[in-house]
Design a protein around this ligand. Structure first.
Ligand SMILES: NC(=O)c1ccc[n+]([C@@H]2O[C@H](COP(=O)([O-])OP(=O)(O)OC[C@H]3O[C@@H](n4cnc5c(N)ncnc54)[C@H](OP(=O)(O)O)[C@@H]3O)[C@@H](O)[C@H]2O)c1
Length: 256
């Protein structure tokens, strides 16, 4: 299941999974775009698909996705939708805009990961990928809510990675770089952005699928702190492993 699948990065995930012979559930707000993609992939790769129309900025959508797919054996959940426009003033925009992003990138991610996570643990196999952003590595002015919700996703995934250890289920966070997607193009229209150095989303998806089960978090090098990224990724993992050991000791003590 790919939440946010109709184009760009989400469609790349769908295509790469379909090419492996995996059936796909495609989620987004536009049924026609989902059906077109699903039919193309079914024709090319002989897979089955289901389109689910849902707006992830609406409360309860994460749980709805879990409930509406009870009849399917979901083996991989990809949380992909989650972008925001560029150059926002937090105080200058209505608070509802901030809350919509919070619902999409926090509440609904929590609901879906809780629901699908428990299903995957029961079947003792499967994976979860959460598309976060380099903007989640620290504060990013004029993308305040985006940066804050993407940081939530990173910490959420890292913690779960340790909690899922030994249960047959993998979880991976991607701190994605600038990717040349229709969403990015729309968000930056008229800003004079240079897309020539932006990543191809297909390459980021391929990296994510190859890294699932190997890393808690992949930070794709990009931006003004690009040279520091390998060290930041290694430091986060070292800290996480140490906290996982520390947490295990306390959990064992708490459970007698
Ligand atoms: N592109 C970048 O430069 C970049 C950089 C860093 C991180 N990221 C992260 O990577 C992820 C993918 O971003 P992207 O720019 O590459 O977008 P994308 O995957 O190319 O497109 C976003 C997908 O999500 C769906 N979607 C958007 N809002 C939705 C909503 N409210 N409810 C349901 N579905 C929704 C869209 O379909 P519909 O319009 O049909 O709903 C579309 O299929 C995001 O989490 C983003 O934060 C992107």
């Amino acid at each position: 299941m790919i939440a946010g699948a109709s184009e760009g990065t989400g469609a790349s995930y769908a295509e790469q999974l379909a090419a492996m012979g995996i059936n796909v559930v495609l989620v987004s707000r536009r049924k026609e775009a989902l059906d077109q993609l699903g039919e193309r992939l079914a024709g090319l790769y002989g897979i089955a698909f289901r389109s689910v129309v849902a707006d992830l900025t609406q409360s309860g959508t994460g749980s709805r996705l879990v409930e509406e797919t009870r009849d399917l054996d979901i083996g991989l959940f990809v949380s992909n939708a989650g972008a925001d426009g560029a150059g926002n003033s937090f105080l200058g925009e209505p608070v509802d805009r901030a809350l919509s992003l919070l619902t999409m990138n926090a509440a609904n991610v929590v609901e879906a990961v809780h629901g699908f996570g428990n299903r995957l643990v029961k079947r003792r196999s499967g994976g979860i990928i959460v598309m976060s952003s380099g903007a989640g590595l620290g504060g990013q002015p004029w993308l305040t809510m985006y940066s804050a919700t993407k940081a939530f996703e990173l910490n959420f995934v890292e913690s779960l990675w340790a909690e899922l250890d030994g249960q047959g289920v993998d979880i991976l966070g991607i701190a994605a770089p600038i990717m040349d997607t229709p969403t990015l193009r729309r968000a930056t229209e008229g800003l004079g952005m240079d897309y020539s150095t932006a990543y191809d989303p297909a390459n980021v998806c391929a990296l994510a699928l190859a890294s699932l089960g190997k890393e808690p978090l992949v930070i794709v090098p990009d931006g003004p702190d690009e040279a520091q990224i390998p060290r930041i990724q290694a430091d986060r993992k070292t800290r996480l492993l140490a906290l996982a050991e520390w947490g295990k000791a306390y959990t064992a003590a708490a459970n007698g």
